[in-house]
Design a protein around this ligand. Structure first.
Ligand code: NAI
Length: 339
């Protein structure tokens, strides 16, 4: 079965070639999947997509017309796929439900530490011969209240690191509770309580119509002054323009983003010779207390290997008519689980 792989970079090619050992017909394509590029997959029964590929209804129809019946997501999130249209067309959608939650959780804690201690700024300063500390005053994580929104695989690891590792008071919000975290002292509360009491908030829930802009002007207005916000989940969870206003007023004391709502036109590309036309990201990058990374949290050797192996395993299961289990993304999988 030929797999047309969109948005591929040299590191994708290396990890998928190593995992397939030459046993798979992999077509590595650099373009992002859009309605214009879907034709590149003509004749391929399967496509393999990443986070910023567009698998909306018109794109799925174009793929289907070219013979595609399987969408292999090489990521965990599936907010970029129109599952209603996929079901209507009889296209199977598979993902990598877990590869290395540690990769994302560790990066999240790294962003948090960089931001609250100004490590990103110190790196720049010392390279310029500036060893002054003025402006780099941070605060201890120990004893602070951290709000973790979404305590699935990644959020649970972050909550554990903050509670057991750093000695934070951890408040959590999720549609279901993790008893092991509660045993560590993590307390489940509602979202307004998280917003009101947290010094730091970190987001780890999926992007759905319900969670889009869960952090917006009203949320930020209710927060503690100087709140530090970290988002390594999906850009759409945060209203970036509201965040800019809150940064300008000092209500938001720090912001670390590995994801950005309009990232599809920016991230994973070297745009250093181009003029940035997105005024929101351009403004965000002017704040000394904003740290932006380009959807890098997953990017470890372990995660790339696991992604390639699971994705090719998903393709093999579909070919063999075997059930995909947790890797299958169905409309039912998107329904909220009972509390
Ligand atoms: P997961 O499925 O294990 O956990 C998600 C948790 O969010 C679940 O416990 C679920 O009950 C909870 N949840 C669902 N709706 C919610 C709501 N409305 N409010 C609060 N909680 C809600 O997923 P995992 O593996 O922990 O990943 C979390 C997110 O991280 C993914 O959705 C993905 O978007 C993002 N991600 C980002 C990466 C990066 O490189 N920056 C890499 C991998 C994942």
């Amino acid at each position: 079965m030929r797999i047309a792989m969109f948005s591929t970079k040299p590191y994708d090619r290396r990890s998928f070639e190593a995992a397939s050992q030459g046993a798979r017909d992999l077509l590595f394509l650099e373009p992002r999947l859009t309605v214009e590029t879907a034709v590149l997959a003509a004749g391929a029964p399967a496509v393999c997509l990443f986070v910023n590929d567009d698998a909306s209804a018109p794109v799925l129809r174009a793929l289907h017309a070219g013979g595609t019946r399987l969408v292999l997501l090489r990521c965990a999130g599936f907010n970029n796929v129109d599952l209603h249209e996929a079901a209507r067309l009889g296209i199977t959608v598979a993902r990598v439900p877990a590869y290395s939650p540690h990769a994302v959780a560790e990066f999240t804690v790294g962003l948090m530490l960089s931001l609250v201690r100004g490590i990103h700024r110190a790196y720049q300063r010392t390279r310029d011969g500036n060893f002054a500390l003025e402006g780099l005053l941070g605060f201890d994580l120990h004893g602070k209240t951290a709000g973790v929104v979404g305590t699935g695989k990644i959020g649970a690891l972050v909550a554990r690191a903050l509670a057991a590792g750093f000695g934070c008071r951890v408040l959590a919000y999720d549609v279901h509770r993790d008893a092991a975290l509660e045993a560590l002292g993590v307390r489940y509360v509602d979202l307004p309580t998280i917003a009101r009491e947290s010094d730091i908030i970190t987001l780890h829930c999926p992007l759905t119509p319900e969670t889009r802009h869960m952090v917006r002007a009203e949320t930020l207005a209710r927060a503690k002054r100087g709140l530090v916000l970290v988002n390594t989940s999906r850009g759409g969870l945060v209203d970036a323009e509201a965040a800019i206003e809150a940064l300008k007023s000092g209500q938001l004391g720090g912001l670390a983003l590995d994801v950005y709502e309009q990232e599809a036109d920016l991230f994973f590309e070297d745009l250093s010779n181009e003029i940035l036309t997105d005024d929101v990201i351009a403004r965000l990058l002017t704040f000394p207390n904003v740290l932006v990374t380009g959807h890098q949290a997953f990017f470890t050797a372990e995660a790339l290997q696991a992604i390639a192996e699971t994705t090719l395993g998903n393709a093999a299961k579909v070919e063999a008519g075997q059930p995909l289990g947790a890797a299958e993304v169905t409309l039912a999988a998107t329904a909220p689980r009972p509390a």
